[in-house]
Design a protein around this ligand. Structure first.
Ligand SMILES: CC(C)(COP(=O)(O)OP(=O)(O)OC[C@H]1O[C@@H](n2cnc3c(N)ncnc32)[C@H](O)[C@@H]1OP(=O)(O)O)[C@@H](O)C(=O)NCCC(=O)NCCS
Length: 182
């Protein structure tokens, strides 16, 4: 599904899906468009990011947490027009050999067009292949139907439900915890 380009720097990631490329989120990617995704109430409606106001400084602080930590913060870019449409994250625990993944397709104009599943599968394939990871996890509010669909289509199984864990628009809602054994 993806082809990993020969990196000069071992930490340089470039992963090709069908219609997207994932690459290290760099300082130059931290622009007004990226910040606007995080401050868009619709984009972050199912995430705890909705409780924070994001700025250049806060985003740069977040980006820096990935430096040298063995975790990955990658930009999602369309291959047809080079537009950046979102980000993915992979937190690797080398001791337990687990990985926790996340995704944000910030460009709402492409929601429902298949970029989310493409980016997700590309990330999952890579994490499975190169990190000696034995278990991959991800979670979502049960209300987040596209994300639940992505998890189920990419071979994750429902591991647990944290019942009425988070309040969404005044109503306590479930968090679904998914996992995939490699
Ligand atoms: C969740 C998210 C990644 C989905 O990305 P996307 O590019 O819109 O998803 P896709 O187009 O690849 O669609 C994935 C599946 O969800 C389905 N889907 C899309 N929108 C849907 C909706 N509103 N209701 C139900 N299913 C939906 C699609 O039909 C597709 O299933 P299919 O392949 O069987 O047709 C994206 O909406 C997003 O990043 N949202 C904001 C951040 C977020 O919620 N991240 C996840 C937090 S855990």
């Amino acid at each position: 599904m993806f082809e990993e380009k020969k990196p000069k720097d071992a930490k340089c990631v470039q992963l090709y899906g069908s219609r997207i490329v994932l690459s290290n989120f760099q300082k130059k990617d931290l622009d007004a468009t990226y910040i606007s995704w995080l401050n868009d109430p619709e984009v972050v409606r199912y995430s705890n990011q909705r409780f924070s106001q994001h700025s250049l400084e806060s985003c740069e602080r977040y980006r820096r947490t990935f430096k040298g930590a063995g975790n990955h913060f990658l930009s999602v870019q369309r291959t047809d027009n080079q537009c950046k449409i979102g980000t993915v994250t992979a937190y690797i625990n080398p001791y337990h050999r687990t990985a926790g993944l996340g995704i944000l397709i910030g460009d709402k104009s492409v929601w429902g067009c298949g970029y989310g599943i493409d980016a997700w599968m590309t990330l999952v394939d890579w994490v499975e292949g190169v990190h000696s990871v034995r278990k991959i996890t991800a979670g979502a509010l049960s209300l987040n139907k596209p994300m639940i669909k992505i998890l189920e289509k990419s071979g994750f199984h429902l591991e647990a439900v944290r019942r009425k864990q988070e309040v969404y628009r005044g109503v306590p809602e479930d968090i679904a915890l998914y996992a995939k054994f490699v």
